[in-house]
Design a protein around this ligand. Sequence first.
Ligand code: HEM
Length: 358
Amino acid sequence: MKYPAVHYHDYLQIDKILNSQNPKSHEYGKPAHDEMLFIVVHQTYELWFKQILFELNAVLATFSREKVEETEMGVASSRLERTVSILKMIIGQIDVLETMTPLDFLEFRDMLYPASGFQSYQWRLIETKLGLRMTDRLAFNQSPFYKALSPDQQNEMMNVLNQPSLFDAVEKWLERTPFLQSQNFTFWGSYQDAVTRMFHDDMNIVRNNSALSEQDKEKNLKSLEASLGTFAALFDENAFAELRSQGHFRLSFKALHAALLIQLYRDQPILQTPFRIIRALLDIDETMTNWRYRHALMAHRMLGQKIGTGGSSGHKYLADATAKHKIFSDFFNLTTFFIPRSQVPVLPPEVTERMNYR
Ligand code: HEM
């Protein structure tokens, strides 16, 4: 089949892109050289946000199906890994923007009120589609975050907020992990013993550590006991429900068990792709946190203690959001209960049989 000839400029709509930089400082007759960089960096971010959303929408569609095929899982994990690569790369653009000094920024900053990254619809979509809920967000100006968006975007955002996020879809997928209910599968009992032993060993290390004061020992022991208590709740549905209602866990009882199983037995061929997916989700959360942190530092060096153009407390708001806006924290916290690979209980043969490809 012959296709009509395509020209580079037309195909990529280069004219449209290159004619979309209109510095306000030029419009007001006070040209500020660095405003061009400021615009180009923001626009580049929005293009990459578009690509991230394209990948996330595809992954969300895959995970929302009743039954996720193995072949689709490989593609889904590659798309999540691509998202991580993009996020890592766009953090680097902060270096470029920071070649603009605060004094140069001040030349045009006043012309931008009340525009702010707070109004970035695509960034909000990324966060929300991944699973950042209203309740996870910092309060801002006593009104919900979406009030900063245009009326059309607000309507669309309400729809997105009411649909299952990637977190929700992944949770359902984890709950369907088949190997949790094998008849002779006494794995959890042996695993509990191994982890409890590890915590008791850690407590002995603290007790015998002559470098610690009695006060510090007591503090560390209390924290280990609390972790042990949380670990015990992983195997008691009622205790777990109590901790979950207090916000200690977000994933369901079943999903958390599946995530633990996948992490511990990731070398089993059938758990390799699920493991890659969990790792990519961890990476996305970590990289978004890195981005938020770098962005907060940039805002600090550019603004000092000034408030943001969007009306927040500036770098302080951004630093607090960095600490709070997390989605897949359960995957991070599960690591508390990891034991050395050599001590992970051996799976019964009928389970490994089912886990291996023939
Ligand atoms: C000179 C450079 C920058 C400064 C000083 C800065 C400052 C700020 C401040 C103070 C806020 C808090 C909201 C407000 O009060 O306005 C904010 C939010 C935001 N900015 Fe920037 N920013 C800069 C560059 C960028 C760039 C290049 C992007 C890329 C898209 C970006 C994206 C965002 C986003 C997404 C938010 C919302 C964050 C949240 O609420 O969690 N900013 N920015």
